[in-house]
Design a protein around this ligand. Sequence first.
Ligand SMILES: [Zn+2]
Length: 242
Amino acid sequence: MIGQRDTVNGAHFGFTDRWGGVSAVPYEELNLGGAVGDDPAAVTANRELAAKSLGLEPARVVWMNQVHGADVAVVDGPWGDRPVPRADAVVTTERGLGLAVLTADCVPVLLADPVAGVAAAAHAGRPGMVAGIVPATVRAMTELGADPARIVARTGPAVCGRCYEVPEEMRAEVAAVEPAAYAETSWGTPAVDVSAGVHAQLERLGVCDRAQSPVCTRESKDHFSYRRDRTTGRLAGYVWLD
Ligand SMILES: [Zn+2]
């Protein structure tokens, strides 16, 4: 259910694994993604189970319409009947409001400045990392009073640099933007390490309190991996303030 949890000064961070939900094969069990072909009733049930196990009210969790871009949405409550905007990060100053990001290999980035009371969840796959979703999110937090030096950053399970094979030209393009993402697979071919790129960006932005999940989604049977399974579920990362 909740594979990793952390609390720092009233800021809460949680990352799910794939177990403890009601979805059938190939989405077994805790698929939290609503756009991957799973039964919508199962997804709703899973979102309720995950929220309750974190101590969050299911209706007080904000989800995104993620598109691998660099747009950030500032939110003060659930979308309700409003259309969910396309964005790859959500930022809030609303205490008790859960922000959620869906992934299955991409890097879920959870950020919070507990002193200023600003939290953010971002979706950083390779395109988003290159497009600058991480600096855009930190900028939006800063505009709401956050100080990068106080921001706590947690990144969740993601495909690792030893597993994320890409064409040589793509690795060069990514490394030109973010050299830390340059990687090689365990079988000796060009690769990209998106988590390393995200953490290098956060470090340059002055975010010191950072931690990275040791889990590689492609290697872990307890996590969904798009690159491994193609048709599969989505994990979620949740952040909220007391
Ligand atoms: Zn790996």
